[in-house]
Design a protein around this ligand. Structure first.
Ligand SMILES: Nc1ncnc2c1ncn2[C@@H]1O[C@H](COP(=O)(O)OP(=O)(O)O)[C@@H](O)[C@H]1O
Ligand SMILES: [Mg+2]
Length: 480
């Protein structure tokens, strides 16, 4: 028995891991991490918490232990897509393991350890979206597995049904215990019922209280990990608005973020009076022609092709949705519409959603929004092109738009956008990332509208009227 196997037995016996040296670096764990890593007892362990609270690191360390302490273990490492695993998980995981321990078979999506343990890399999205054939294939693949454990970072991206089917694969008999290990952000989704309220879904699909003791929930805050975060980052985060700080910094997971129903207040929506477009140019609807003193911004939801239409919104600095495009189209032809509106409305900044689409390639010569992203590893902020939609960024996008609505800064004339606002609801379905269109409806026009108003602070509608009625001043700058 080697020292790892010995360590495994000690943890099974109740030892708590407070620090560990991996690949020459000694990690000291905080209380929450230590508890999560050392739990070899509960069947389902979830660490929910704020950004940068050390969830992913603890999850990776636990994965290493499960592989090294128990030879021939087989562990599924799941994330929404395989490319998320490659990009967001593997670099950090490989930082913890000397290359001599394992062989990464990239093509097969497998990491084999010399002690016979194996990590299977799995894009869970294949089980929850895509064509029926893809879903069937992925489900079939999972059905053939005998797992000792699974590891899922960002559980809020995963549907309950996928979680259930993974649980039924925890049946590898030659390891001492079987366990699901997960992390999440404090999102409103099924894990709140499962882990926090300790409810289970009955045959009717309703959540009912259950007297179960097979789960462990750890809730952590960014402050739990403050020793490992740059001071100025922490300071910036704590200075954000209080809702943000409670949810994304302290990691509070409570019912006031579990509001059901529509996202936008009905009273506000009723104030919008639909009016037909002034003109249709190149299939784009024009509600207001470009004005000399106005600045513009463009939002693009490029959903490709058959299921959802693509949508473009041009918003003005006076808070009006002045032009739009909506239609089922190919990416190159969507790029043509973007370019048409771009040159018409004086080269506005474009905020495209960039998750799946290849739209960036086609508009790379235009002015594109850069998002800022904090890179914990390099301890610096990096800039990337476009808006990346996740549960957290969608919350921020919605909050921004809600605030503008509340301040009476937005005017929308397009009836389709107004209709979509009425059926845009909070949701606990992973695919909708916290909110989306009610079943059978679309949300592309409201998404592109919110993108157009992202980091764009229009003047109040009355202020604009007042300014317009003042004698015109000399133009002091030229908007490029
Ligand atoms: N115990 C620890 N020792 C050293 N660095 C840590 C420790 N825990 C977390 N970190 C570092 O802190 C940063 C944020 O942690 P991470 O696990 O990515 O947080 P989360 O997944 O909760 O957003 C990362 O750079 C990570 O390597
Ligand atoms: Mg993380």
């Amino acid at each position: 028995m080697n020292s790892w196997e010995q360590l495994g037995l000690e943890i099974l016996d109740g030892r708590k891991i407070e620090e560990l040296t991996l690949r020459g670096k000694t990690f000291k764990f905080n209380e929450k991490q230590s508890e999560f890593i050392s739990n070899f007892t509960d069947r389902y362990c979830l660490n929910s918490g704020g950004y940068g609270s050390g969830k992913s690191l603890a999850l990776n360390v636990k994965l290493v232990l499960l592989c090294k302490c128990f030879p021939k273990n087989r562990i599924l490492l799941g994330r929404k897509t395989l490319s998320d695993i490659d990009r967001a998980i593997l670099p950090d995981l490989f930082d913890l393991m000397p290359p001599s321990w394992y062989e990464h078979r990239v093509k097969d999506g497998i990491i084999n350890f010399s002690n016979g343990s194996q990590i299977i890399l799995f894009g869970l999205d294949a089980m929850q979206s895509g064509s029926m054939a893809d879903i069937k294939k992925a489900q079939q693949k999972v059905k053939s597995l005998n797992l000792g454990a699974y590891i899922i970072d960002q559980l809020e991206e995963v549907e309950y049904e996928v979680f259930e089917s993974l649980n039924s694969r925890l049946r590898k008999a030659d390891v001492p215990f079987r366990q699901g290990n997960m992390t999440c952000n404090p999102a409103n989704f099924w894990a709140y019922q499962y882990f926090k309220l300790n409810q289970r879904r009955n045959n009717n699909g309703d959540w009912v209280n259950k007297d179960t003791s097979d789960t462990s929930l750890i809730e952590s805050s960014m402050l739990d990990n403050k020793d490992n975060l740059p001071d100025d980052y922490l300071k910036d985060q704590l200075a954000m608005d209080s809702d943000y700080v409670r949810r994304f910094v302290y990691g509070e997971w409570n019912t006031d973020i579990l509001v059901k129903g529509t996202v936008f207040p009905k009273e506000r929506i009723q104030e919008f009076v639909p009016r037909p477009a002034l003109a249709v140019e190149e299939e784009c609807e024009i509600f207001e022609q470009p004005l000399p003193d106005e600045v513009y911004k463009m939002g693009v939801d490029p959903s490709e092709g058959i299921v959802d239409p693509a949508s473009i919104t041009v918003a003005s600095g006076s808070g009006r949705k002045v032009a739009k495009y909506n239609g089922y189209t190919t990416i190159p032809s969507l790029a043509d519409k973007i370019k048409f509106l771009y040159y018409k409305y004086k080269r506005p900044m474009i905020v495209p959603e960039v998750n799946k689409s290849s739209i960036l390639e086609h508009i790379k010569d235009l002015k594109i929004y850069h998002r800022r992203q904090f890179d914990f590893k390099d301890r610096r902020e990096t800039e990337k092109l476009g808006f990346s939609m996740s549960w957290a960024s969608k919350q921020a996008l919605i909050t921004n738009f809600q605030n503008l609505l509340r301040q009476n800064k937005i005017k929308i004339y397009d009836s389709k956008t107004i209709e979509e606002m009425k059926v845009f609801v909070w949701s606990d379905e992973a695919s909708r990332q916290g909110a989306g269109a009610s079943r059978g409806f679309h949300d592309d026009d409201i998404i592109s509208t919110m993108l157009a108003f992202w980091e764009f602070n229009p003047k109040r509608v009355e202020e604009v009227m007042a300014i317009k009625s003042m004698p015109s001043r000399k133009k002091s700058f030229q908007y490029k």
